[in-house]
Design a protein around this ligand. Structure first.
Ligand SMILES: Cc1ncc(COP(=O)(O)O)c(C=O)c1O
Length: 388
């Protein structure tokens, strides 16, 4: 648990928080002085040396090791990719759909997950969506869909549009018992609590740096369980995926023995400089402190909202980071909140409010006040909160 001075010290690292209540980390994390300095450092290296590729490649490898440590993996299990979609596509391109054809995913996946695997229909994939019941997807629905024909189960950690947290601990063993692989998309949660891919027992893990990892867009990571790497050869590839990218041999295709084989071309060096500082900052604060703070704020908001009679799409037991309320006009409500200095977002009929370690109970009170003033834009009632 962070003390009040510690929390204030963290907040002082994010200049945006002097003027705004920032509840949109589900879209983009706030910019810290640390991340800004990372970008400056990149610019300085460019100014000073012109083309210091040796330094930049070193930094790119350091980012790989740093992220591997962050998720409990080893550096050779991590690919650095420009976006989460690129990581998903690389794996999809490496799989074949002859013996097993089924891709089983919940309907709460981020759309890109659907698009990536639906595009594989051309290569024989058969995509089956697991239906939700209200705002949750019961594990039994996965149980019914996953069978011996299932090749892979893509699984979102937290749903971007209602804050539903997938039952990773239940779905992973179900998939594995049927011989299927699991790809965890943790973009809506990575950076809010400690992660360990080994404990989670997933085969693939994707996330990017721009949300709760507090970094910029244009950088993402793909973890591939070591035992699988050699058996997967993506057809989306490039020179940075080769065993020796600097062999410069156009006639030789020799994929790296490590997860680097899931990469393509030149890495996003400025983003690497910046993103590393974001991850470092989270590690300094401590991921247990981050998750504690987020849980506190999430509970406080859900409790306050219940008193107002708001209908949450997110379960009342949620540990965060995303809380979503059902609205009559979510876009208009986002505008109203913006007029009060509160930054958040909407998806369909849901108002999305997301917490990070830099948020406070003061933020919760402020947002509840504006919600109370705008009850006409929200759905209210005594309906049971779905997904509880
Ligand atoms: C859960 C989730 N997965 C994937 C993405 C998209 O990732 P990218 O744009 O890096 O491909 C997002 C973006 O919001 C997301 O929330």
């Amino acid at each position: 648990m962070l003390s009040s001075p510690e929390l204030q010290a963290i907040r002082s690292r994010f200049p945006l928080l002097r003027n705004k209540i920032y509840l949109n980390s589900c879209s983009q994390g706030a910019l810290s002085d640390a991340v800004e300095n990372g970008l400056r450092e990149y610019v300085a290296s460019w100014h000073e040396h012109g083309s210091p590729w040796d330094i930049w490649v070193e930094r790119y490898e350091a980012a790989r090791s740093q992220f591997a440590g962050f998720i409990g993996a080893t550096a050779d299990e991590v690919a650095i990719v420009p976006c989460a979609s690129a990581g998903m596509n690389s794996i999809a391109s490496a799989l074949t759909f002859d013996r097993r054809r089924k891709v089983v995913m919940g309907e709460f996946e981020f759309p890109t997950m659907g698009h990536v695997w639906l595009a594989q229909q051309k290569r024989g994939a058969q995509v089956e969506f697991v239906s939700a019941v209200g705002n949750s997807i019961p594990t039994e629905n996965y149980e019914r869909a996953i069978d011996r024909q299932t090749l892979i189960v893509p699984l979102t950690g937290v749903c971007f549009m209602n804050g539903f947290r997938s039952a990773v601990r239940e779905v992973v063993p179900l998939a594995h018992a049927n011989g299927a692989l699991v790809m965890l998309d943790d973009y809506q949660d990575c950076g809010t609590r400690p992660v360990n891919v080994r404990t989670a027992d997933v085969d693939f893990y994707v996330t990017g740096t721009l949300k709760y990892l507090l970094g910029p867009p244009g950088l993402a990571f793909l973890y591939v369980r070591k035992e699988l790497i050699a058996s997967l050869q993506p057809t989306i590839t490039g020179w940075f995926a080769q065993r020796n990218p600097f062999a410069f041999d156009v006639k030789c295709f020799d994929p790296a023995p490590s997860a680097r084989r899931f990469e393509e071309g030149s890495p996003a060096v400025p983003n690497i400089y910046a993103a590393m500082r974001g991850i470092e900052l989270l590690q300094e604060i401590g991921l247990d402190n981050v998750s504690w703070q987020i849980h506190e704020l999430t509970s406080a908001l859900l409790k306050g909202a219940q008193k107002l009679g708001l209908i949450a799409k997110t379960p009342t037991t949620s540990v965060g980071p995303l809380v979503v309320f059902q609205c009559k006009d979510a876009a208009r409500l986002v505008e109203k909140l913006a007029a009060n200095g509160i930054v958040c977002s909407s998806r369909h009929d849901g108002l999305r409010l997301s917490f990070h370690v830099y948020n406070t109970l003061e933020d919760v009170r402020a947002v509840l006040q504006v919600l109370e003033q705008n009850l006409d834009l929200l759905v209210t009632g005594t309906a049971a909160v779905s997904g509880d």
